[in-house]
Design a protein around this ligand. Structure first.
Ligand code: TPP
Length: 628
C-alpha cells in the first residue's frame, strides 16, 4: 500500500482539499499505517481501526482546533494522531519517550483534553461550549465522540441530562460498534440495537419529520403547533426516542465506514442550533480480519504477526490477575455466598474463569465503577460476600462509595484492586499510583498488598473471612509460576512477616516493594550492614507491635512501596513511629504523574530499584536520626 495521500497531510486542514474518493483512499492508507505500527509495538488496535473513516470525515468537515473534537476514553484516537501532525512519530506510540496512546494536551493543540478514563467527553464538551458562549465566541463546534461502551457510564448520562436542560448546541457522536471491551451489555445497548437493526424505525422518523404537514387538516394544525408537536408525534410513534426526549436532535443510523454519509451527517449536525446526537454504526477492528473476528483480543494488544494475528510474545509465568481468578473460584466453590462484580473488565480482571464456573454469580455492570461499588454494598447487605475486581485507576472514580456506602456501613465487600503501581505503556491515566493512600484513610477498611501470587491467594481467603470491607492491591504482569497452595490460609490480621532478622537498618517492603527491599538489603549486606527485612503484608491495620520493636532496635527504617509517597505505606509507618527518634527513609512514587513507557524503565526513573534504594540507604552513615 502506498502512502501518497498520507504524505500530503501535515495537518487536519489538508483534508479539506481532498475529494471524497481521496478521503476514502486516505482512510485505507491510515489503516495500513496503524496496523503496521501496532503489530510492531502493540496498542489499542480494534477501536482505532473502527474509527478511521469517522476520524477522516470529522477532520475533513471540521476545522480543528477551532472546532473541538473530544475523544472519549481516547484509545480510538490513532487516526486522529496521524492526521494531526504525528504521522512521522506514530511508530513510537506508547514507547518510552514516544507519543502517548491517548490524547495528550502537551502533545498537540488538536488533543483538546487528555483522556483515558471513560464517559467524560460529553461533560468536557458541555463545559467547553458553555465557556465559548460566555466569551461571546461565535465560531467553533464542540464534538464529543463517545462509544456505546463509554455511554454505559453514569457520568455520561449526567452530562446528557445537563445538556438537555441547557440546550447548548454540542454534537455528540455515538460510535456504536456494539462492543465495550467485550460485547456491550445493558438495557441501553438493547435500545441501541433496536435503533440500529430496524431501518424501518429510522425511515418512519424521517417520514414524520417531512410528512406531518401533509396530512390534511391535522398537518396544518400540527404545523401551527410547531416543533414540539412534531417531537411528541415521533416520541409517540417511535417508543423510546430516548435521545430526543433528553433534548437532542437524533441523526442516524449512519454507516460509520461510509465517508460521504458521515460527512453529510456531520455537516447537518454542525448546522443544527441545538444539541445533536449522531448515531454512527461502526465495526470494531474494521479492515483487519483477525481483529474483526476477535475485537476483544485486539482491544489492547501486544506485538503480533500481521499475517495471522498471532502474538509475537510468549507469556512467561502467570499473572497476579490469573492467581486471583483461580483463588476466587476455589473460594467460591466452598462458599456459595461469594459473588463477583466487574465494571466491563471481566477478562482484564481475571474473572473469566469465575464466569465460566459460576455464570449466575458474576455481574458485569458496564463501565460503571460507582454503581459497581454501591451494588456490591447492596449485595453484602443482603448477606452475600461480593468481590469487586477492578483496576486501581478506575476504582478512584468510586471513592465516595468506598467511604459512604462500604466503609461507613462496615459491609463485608472485598476489593481486588488489580494494576496497582505503574502499568507501563498506557501511562499516567492508567497507573495505579494512589490506591494505598485513598484506601488507607477509610475507617473499617483492611488494606493488604501481596509480595507474591501465593500471598495474594491467602489474602483473598483472609479478606473473605472478615466482617468488614477489605482491599487487596496487586500489580500488573507476570511472576514466576508457583504452585498454588494446597490450602488457602487466613492470615492474622495486621501482622507483617519478618524475612530476616538483623539490626541497624530495617527494610520494610509492601507488595512489589518487598522484592526491592529484599534485594536492596542484600546489597546493603554486601556493604557491611546487618539489615532486617520485612514483608509488611498489611497497610491497614498496620503491624504497630512490629514497628515499635523495629523502632527501638534499629537506627533506620526504610520503606518501599509502589504507591505515591503522599499518604501511602511509608507515611503510615512514619506516623506510627513519629517521635521515636528512629530515622525513616521512604521509597515510592513521586508527587508527579509518571509518563508512559516500559515499566522497568519507569521504575528506574523514579528510583524504585534495589540499586537505587541500596545506594541511598548506604550513602548515609547509620547514626543520624532524622525522618524524611
Ligand atoms: C472509567 C473506566 N473504566 C474502565 C475503562 C476500561 N476500558 C477502556 S476502553 C473500554 C471499552 C470502551 O468501549 P466503547 O466506549 O464502546 O469504545 P470501543 O472500544 O468499543 O470503541 C473499557 C471498559 C476505562 N477506560 N475507564
Amino acid at each position: 500500500m502506498t502512502d501518497d495521500l498520507l504524505r500530503r497531510v501535515t495537518g487536519p486542514s489538508d483534508l479539506h482539499q481532498f475529494s471524497e474518493l481521496e478521503l476514502t483512499l486516505l482512510a485505507d492508507e491510515i489503516r495500513a499505517l496503524i496496523l503496521g505500527c501496532v503489530s510492531e509495538v502493540g496498542g489499542h488496535l480494534a477501536a482505532s481501526l473502527g474509527a478511521v473513516e469517522l476520524t477522516v470525515a470529522l477532520h475533513s468537515v471540521l476545522h480543528s482546533p477551532r472546532d473541538k473534537i473530544i475523544w472519549d476514553v481516547g484509545h480510538q484516537c490513532y487516526a486522529h494522531k496521524i492526521v494531526t501532525g504525528r504521522r512521522d512519530c506514530f511508530a513510537g506510540i506508547r514507547q518510552y519517550g514516544g507519543i502517548s496512546g491517548f490524547p495528550c494536551r502537551a502533545e498537540s493543540e488538536h488533543d483538546i483534553v487528555g483522556t483515558g478514563h471513560a464517559s467524560t467527553s460529553i461533560g468536557y464538551g458541555l463545559g467547553l461550549a458553555e465557556a465559548a458562549r460566555l466569551a461571546g465566541e461565535q465560531e467553533g463546534t464542540v464534538v464529543c465522540v463517545i462509544g456505546d461502551g463509554a455511554l454505559t457510564g453514569g457520568v455520561a448520562f449526567e452530562a446528557l441530562n445537563n445538556i438537555g436542560q441547557m440546550r447548548t448546541p454540542v454534537v455528540v457522536v455515538l460510535n456504536d460498534n456494539q462492543m465495550s471491551i467485550r460485547p456491550n451489555i445493558g438495557a441501553l445497548q438493547l435500545y441501541l440495537n433496536r435503533l440500529r437493526l430496524d431501518p424501518a424505525l429510522t425511515r418512519l422518523r424521517e417520514d414524520i419529520e417531512r410528512g406531518v404537514a401533509r396530512i390534511p387538516a391535522i398537518g396544518e394544525r400540527a404545523y401551527a403547533l410547531g416543533k414540539d408537536f412534531k417531537e411528541s408525534m415521533k416520541a409517540l410513534i417511535i417508543p423510546g426516542m430516548l435521545f430526543e426526549e433528553l433534548g437532542f436532535a437524533y441523526l442516524g443510523v449512519v454507516d460509520g465506514h461510509d465517508i460521504r454519509a458521515l460527512r453529510e451527517a456531520i455537516r447537518q449536525a454542525v448546522d443544527t442550533p441545538r444539541p445533536v446526537l449522531v448515531h454512527v454504526k461502526t465495526v470494531k477492528g474494521k479492515g483487519y480480519e483477525p481483529a474483526e473476528e476477535c475485537p476483544d483480543k485486539f482491544h489492547g494488544t501486544g506485538p503480533f504477526h500481521l499475517s495471522n494475528g498471532d502474538s509475537k510474545t510468549a507469556a512467561k509465568g502467570t499473572s497476579y490477575t490469573d492467581a486471583f481468578g483461580d483463588a476466587l473460584v476455589r473460594l467460591a466453590e466452598r462458599d456459595e455466598r461469594v459473588v463477583a462484580i466487574t465494571a466491563a473488565m471481566t477478562q482484564g480482571t481475571g474473572l473469566d474463569r469465575f464466569e465460566e464456573r459460576f455464570p449466575d454469580r458474576l455481574y458485569d455492570v458496564g463501565i460503571a465503577e460507582e454503581h459497581a461499588v454501591v451494588f456490591a454494598a447492596g449485595l453484602a447487605l443482603g448477606g452475600l460476600r461480593p468481590v469487586v475486581a477492578v483496576y486501581s485507576t478506575f476504582l478512584q472514580r468510586a471513592f465516595d462509595m468506598l467511604v459512604q456506602d462500604v466503609g461507613l456501613q462496615k459491609l463485608p465487600v472485598v476489593f481486588a484492586v488489580d494494576r496497582a503501581g505503574l502499568v507501563g505503556d498506557d501511562g499516567p491515566t492508567h497507573h495505579g499510583a494512589f490506591d494505598l493512600s485513598y484506601l488507607r484513610l477509610i475507617p473499617n477498611m483492611t488494606v493488604m498488598a501481596p509480595s507474591s501470587q501465593v500471598e495474594l491467594q491467602h489474602m483473598l481467603c483472609t479478606a473473605l473471612s472478615l466482617d468488614g470491607p477489605a482491599a487487596i492491591r496487586y500489580p500488573r504482569g507476570m511472576a514466576a509460576v508457583s504452585a498454588p497452595p494446597a490450602e488457602l490460609e487466613t492470615f492474622e490480621l495486621g501482622r507483617g512477616r519478618v524475612l530476616e532478622e538483623g539490626h541497624d537498618v530495617a527494610f520494610i517492603g509492601i507488595g512489589t516493594g518487598v522484592r526491592i527491599a529484599v534485594e536492596a538489603a542484600q546489597k546493603a549486606r554486601a556493604r557491611g550492614l546487618r539489615p532486617t527485612v520485612v514483608d509488611a503484608r498489611f497497610v491497614k491495620p498496620l503491624d504497630t507491635a512490629l514497628l515499635d520493636r523495629l523502632a527501638s532496635t534499629h537506627e533506620r527504617l526504610v520503606t518501599v512501596e509502589e504507591n505515591v509517597l503522599a499518604g501511602g505505606f511509608g507515611s503510615a509507618v512514619l506516623e506510627c513511629v513519629a517521635g521515636r527518634g528512629v530515622e525513616v527513609i521512604r521509597f515510592g512514587l513521586p508527587d508527579a504523574f509518571v509518563p508512559h513507557g516500559d515499566r522497568e524503565r519507569l521504575l528506574a526513573d523514579v528510583g524504585l530499584t534495589p540499586d537505587a534504594v541500596a545506594a541511598t540507604v548506604c550513602s548515609r552513615p547509620v547514626g543520624l536520626a532524622h525522618a524524611r
